[in-house]
Design a protein around this ligand. Sequence first.
Ligand code: AMP
Length: 187
Amino acid sequence: MNIILFGPPGAGKGTQSKYLVDKLNNFQVSTGDILREEIKKNSDIGQQIRTNMNEGKFVSDEIVNALIKKLIDDPLKKNKLIFDGYPRSLSQAQYLDLLLDKSNQKVDHIFFLNVNKDIIIERIEKRKIIENRSDDNTDTILKRYDTYMETTRPVLDYYSKNPNFQEINGTQEIDQITKEIDAFINV
Ligand code: AMP
């Protein structure tokens, strides 16, 4: 089963994707984590990624799509993908459809975790203390939220027409969100 978790930064995608990975024995595809790993390698691309991330901007589709392609082409992960933070732009969503189609896969569920800006800011301020991420400061959070609204909103319009799309109130308790996701995947 392939699942997309979709929503603004701090919506709880990471938490729910970890739950689904354990439950379904799937693989998490967190482009944020993959990009942070690239930064650690200190390559030229890594430095470019670091600059984009710390400014709250998106990393280029070219870089992100190349990293994603490797995962979708991996036969061990076929139909076992939980997407967390990808796709984030319309061109990424279209590219994902193309890649999945080519490898005879599809998206079984798209969950949109809907959370408003004030709660996002509150949550990311708390996460900063726990995870110490360099892009979790107030200015960058606001920029990330605005980038999300500008670039990712068209992805929401694109997916909301899909019969497998479900909107979930992401301001609820973690367990309640998990329960609602469980009811939809019905496994
Ligand atoms: P996240 O860990 O998902 O909050 O992502 C952290 C940062 O990584 C984002 O603010 C972007 O700079 C970058 N990033 C993660 N996923 C993507 C993506 N699919 N496309 C472009 N940039 C991304």
